[in-house]
Design a binder for this molecule. Structure first.
Ligand code: SME
Length: 161
């Protein structure tokens, strides 16, 4: 398998996502272990966009439990309905937060995190089985481009479940 991603440094954000997606498909096609693939996906997103924190929380019984991630250490467990991640799980929908200080109940794993996007990932029974959380040190980092292409990453992950 390719050992490094090929993403031009001067590309726009959308161009980077377009260049990255086929490489992500290739990356996960060589490995059957879900955790190994999730781990590499977080590394690919973190290194391509230099996001502050990229990671998965896995639904385990009645909580989200920290899974593969890249970035500073984070909260290990999040209750359903708590913070952005717990709310995305409860509502089974993507949440974009331009300013975490204005999101009621936001869980501040790090005070450096200023904006975030959280996307739910569904199994074949349409249950949320994990969430993808991407955090930025800047306000208003995430827009419809991130939502569109991170949704493609989610669809890729759902094919692995
Ligand atoms: N920001 C999240 C908590 C997880 S971390 O930021 C890694 C939230 O409020 O759900």
């Amino acid at each position: 398998m390719a050992e490094e991603l090929l993403i031009g440094e001067n590309l726009s954000k959308e161009e980077k996502y377009k260049a990255l997606l086929p490489q992500l498909k290739g990356l996960v096609s060589y490995e059957t272990d879900l955790i190994a693939n999730l781990a590499n996906l977080t590394a690919a997103l973190k290194t391509t966009f230099n996001f502050f924190w990229v990671g998965f929380y896995l639904v385990k019984e009645d909580e989200l439990v920290l899974g593969p991630f890249q970035g500073p250490i984070a909260c290990t467990r999040i209750a359903k309905g708590r913070g952005v991640c717990g709310t995305s799980w409860q509502q089974a929908k993507t949440i974009v937060v331009p300013n975490v200080d204005e999101f009621p109940g936001h869980i501040a794993c790090s005070s450096a995190s200023k904006s975030e996007i959280v996307l739910p990932i569904f199994n074949h029974a349409k249950e949320v089985v994990m969430i993808l959380d991407v955090d930025s040190e800047l306000l208003s980092t995430f827009d419809e481009i991130d939502e569109k292409y991170l949704s493609e990453v989610i669809i890729l992950i759902e094919t692995l479940l």
